[in-house]
Design a protein around this ligand. Structure first.
Ligand code: G3P
Length: 214
C-alpha cells in the first residue's frame, strides 16, 4: 500500500519524507491556497522534491481547457499526475490524456459508480473522498470495499486512492479494504505512529536499562 501526503506545504512534505515511508503527494486548489504561495512556485518545488507521483489539479471545467492546462502542468516534471474533477468533461479529458500516456487522478468521487466511470475512462487513480461523506452523515468508508470489488470484478487497473482522510481509522480501513493508496494529512501521519503503550513500554525499558548498564 502506498502513502501519499495530502498537502501543498513543502515543510510538511519534508517532514513526512523524513519518516522514509512517503510515496507521493496530492494537492488541490484549496491546499495550494493554504500554502500561501503562488501555484507555479509551489508546484515546481514539490515536483523537484518528491521523486514519486505529484497530483496537480486543473481548474478548467471544459475538456479543451483541462487538456490545455494539463499540457502546462505536465511541464513541472515527469512525476506530474493530472487531477481532474469527476464531471462529464473531466471524464472526456481523462480518456484523452490516458490515450496520450499521461497519468490522471480523477477526484471528487463520492460513489462506486462514479469510480466505475473513471476506470472506464482509463484513470490512473480514483480519489474517493471518505471524510466529506462522513461530514454529511453517511459512512464514507462504505464505498471503498465496493469500489475494490467492482474494479476486481472487471480487472480494472485504476488505483484506489483514498482521499479526504481525517484520522487513523480511515487509514486502517483503507489497508483492510485493499486500497492501493491513502493520501494522508501530516497530522494523521503523526497520529498513526503513536501508541500510548509504545511510549509507556519505551519509558520502562529506558528506566530498567539505567539500573543494569555498565
Ligand atoms: O486532496 C483531496 C482531499 O483529500 C481533500 O480532503 O479534508 O479537504 O475533505 P478534505
Amino acid at each position: 500500500m502506498k502513502f501519499f501526503i495530502d498537502t501543498a506545504d513543502v515543510a510538511e512534505i519534508k517532514e513526512a519524507q523524513s519518516l522514509g515511508i512517503l510515496d507521493g503527494v496530492t494537492t488541490n486548489p484549496s491546499l495550494i491556497k493554504k500554502s500561501g504561495r503562488p501555484f507555479n512556485d509551489v508546484a515546481r518545488e514539490i515536483c523537484k522534491l518528491v521523486p514519486g507521483p505529484v497530483s496537480l489539479e486543473v481548474t478548467a471545467i471544459d475538456c479543451a481547457g483541462m487538456l490545455k492546462e494539463a499540457e502546462k502542468l505536465a511541464k513541472f516534471g515527469d512525476n506530474v499526475v493530472i487531477k481532474l474533477p469527476l464531471i462529464p468533461e473531466g471524464l472526456k479529458a481523462c480518456k484523452k490524456l490516458t490515450e496520450q500516456g499521461i497519468k490522471t487522478n480523477v477526484t471528487l468521487c463520492f460513489s462506486p459508480v462514479q469510480a466505475l466511470l473513471a476506470a472506464k475512462a482509463g484513470a490512473t487513480y480514483i480519489s474517493p473522498f471518505v471524510g466529506r461523506l462522513d461530514d454529511i452523515g453517511q459512512d464514507g468508508f462504505e464505498i471503498i470495499p465496493q469500489i475494490r470489488q467492482i474494479y476486481d470484478n472487471y480487472g480494472f487497473e485504476t488505483e484506489i486512492l483514498v482521499a479526504s482522510v481525517r484520522h487513523p481509522v480511515h487509514v486502517h480501513n483503507s489497508a483492510l479494504a485493499g486500497a492501493d493508496v491513502a493520501t494522508i494529512p501530516l497530522k494523521v501521519f503523526q497520529q498513526l505512529v503513536q501508541h500510548p503503550l509504545t511510549d509507556k513500554g519505551l519509558a520502562q525499558f529506558l528506566k530498567d536499562w539505567e539500573s543494569v548498564k555498565a
